[in-house]
Design a protein around this ligand. Structure first.
Ligand code: NAD
Length: 440
């Protein structure tokens, strides 16, 4: 099939490359000239495992092209929209990019010879967006489907090619819904053949599935982080607690690791946008708990600063602090709303010198001007002469550090394990003053 993908960021670039990998003929459209140039050369504009090979292979095979020119979407049967929906000043989702993308697409719809032509929203949007956009899209003869994306950065290629489930938000008209569904099934044929469950629903429910899933995940993280604060105060151990409660199938073990909180380009903005939309719908009270979820998340960063003060006391002002990790999660270079990077900036106000290392995001940070921290090329060089180490992102390379070797590099042996990913006993045995989150 001929497909187009509008918006080639973390979601769109992976989606375009994955659809080409399934054998489709795909054109990706983005307004960012630099991104289009890189992608056209088969180079990912960001770090994501497996993406480089996938892009290179499919660009080379001629199945995958990128352009800034919207006319290139003419003749494609399915058009996926993956542009950004960042947080606006009010907290609501900024829909400017989605609306602009649809406006740019409109003159180029209606040229497809296969029936039906389908516009597929993948961006995370406020409930009600799809029915609004359907009114703009349908006069061209195309149908609209909302097909939210659940990929996790760091596993984006695998999650796109082997998703847990596929959600189609379909038009109300049964005839239109069944035609749209057929086109979607054809585009995703190989994914569905492998047994991926496909759930059919209305637009509003599909939009809500995505945003409520993110609200649940954020709540789960803040729940365990709140428990970590109680553990700290009570002298209990959050890791043992999480393991024990997680063995209950109703609770589940995943997403129960206490740490310095969630970040990235999705959870923080999505819970705020959800609250803003619920307010508009007159059910704001139902989601006030999400304000608490946000607050607990912020508290975790404040807790790290308090621990740094406790560990170094007055020496903090003259100290060198090493922050290991800048991305919001490992196997990604995404630093949007990153707790690790926020803490590096905050600590720079309190300490003499901050050295940051991140295996993927480091080179991007090094290019930034006016930053209040140094960027080290290796974890070991970042640790030389340090007084305090903060693990901000649980990259494998940090989990595998030899605490005895690192002890020789440090001036003062203090470590805050912001992701509870180190072997606390081994670090203590190597002479470190170790502090985890809820692990006193
Ligand atoms: P991103 O910022 O990485 O990518 C958005 C891309 O859209 C950019 O390349 C931008 O240049 C492009 N763009 C903006 N306006 C455009 C226009 N008018 N026409 C064409 N291109 C345009 O964002 P992202 O992380 O890929 O997220 C995109 C959407 O997907 C968001 O709604 C997000 O919430 C959702 N989402 C993201 C993830 C994720 O892990 N990143 C997962 C699921 C859902």
């Amino acid at each position: 099939m001929r497909l187009s993908v509008i918006g080639c960021g973390y979601l769109g670039a992976v989606h375009a490359a994955s659809m080409a990998e399934l054998g489709h003929d795909v054109v990706g459209v983005d307004v960012d000239a630099h991104k289009v140039e890189l992608l056209s050369n088969g180079q990912p504009p960001f770090f994501e495992p497996e993406l480089e090979n996938l892009l290179a292979r499919n660009v080379e095979a001629g199945r995958l092209t990128f352009t800034q020119d919207f006319s290139a979407i003419e003749g494609a049967q399915v058009h996926f929209i993956g542009v950004g929906t960042p947080q606006s000043e009010s907290g609501a989702a900024d829909m400017t990019y989605v609306d602009a993308a649809v406006t740019s697409m409109l003159p180029h719809l209606g040229h497809c010879t296969s029936d039906p032509e389908v516009v597929v929203g993948k961006s995370t949007v406020p409930v009600g967006t799809a029915s609004r956009l359907a009114q703009t899209v349908e006069p061209t003869g195309a149908l609209l489907v909302w097909n939210p994306e659940f990929l996790r950065e760091g596993f984006a290629v695998q999650d796109t090619l082997h998703p847990d489930r596929m959600v189609y938000g379909l038009p109300d008209d049964p005839g239109a819904a069944s035609k749209a569904q057929e086109a979607m099934d054809a585009a995703y044929e190989q994914i569905l053949i492998s047994g991926t469950p496909r759930l059919l629903m209305d637009y509003a429910t599909a939009e809500l599935v995505k945003i409520s899933a993110n609200a649940f995940l954020a709540t789960k993280i803040s729940f365990i982080n709140a428990m970590a604060q109680v553990c700290d105060a009570a002298g209990a151990n959050i890791t043992a607690l999480a393991q024990a409660i997680g063995m209950d199938d109703r609770i589940g073990r995943r997403f129960l690791r206490a740490g310095i909180g969630f970040g990235g380009g999705c959870l923080p903005k999505d819970i705020r946008a959800f609250r803003a939309r619920a307010d508009e719908l007159g059910v704001g009270d139902a989601l006030t708990f999400l304000a608490e979820v946000d607050k607990v998340n912020d508290t975790m960063r404040a807790g790290v600063i308090r621990t740094a003060r406790e560990l170094l006391g007055d020496h903090l002002t003259g100290a060198t602090v090493t922050v290991l990790g800048a991305a919001f999660k490992p196997d990604s270079d995404d630093m949007r709303n990153s707790p690790a990077l926020d803490l590096a900036v905050e600590l720079a106000r309190l300490a003499k010198r901050i050295v940051v290392h991140d295996p993927a995001a480091g080179p991007i940070l090094a290019e930034r001007s006016n930053r209040p921290y140094e960027v080290a090329l290796s974890a070991h060089s970042a640790l030389e002469g340090t007084d305090l180490v903060l693990i901000g992102t649980e990259w494998r390379e940090y989990r595998d550090l030899d605490p005895a070797h690192v002890a020789d590099l440090a001036r003062t042996r203090c470590v805050i394990d912001g992701r509870n990913c180190l072997d606390a006993q081994a670090w203590k045995a190597a002479g470190w003053n170790y502090r985890g989150i809820g692990r006193r």
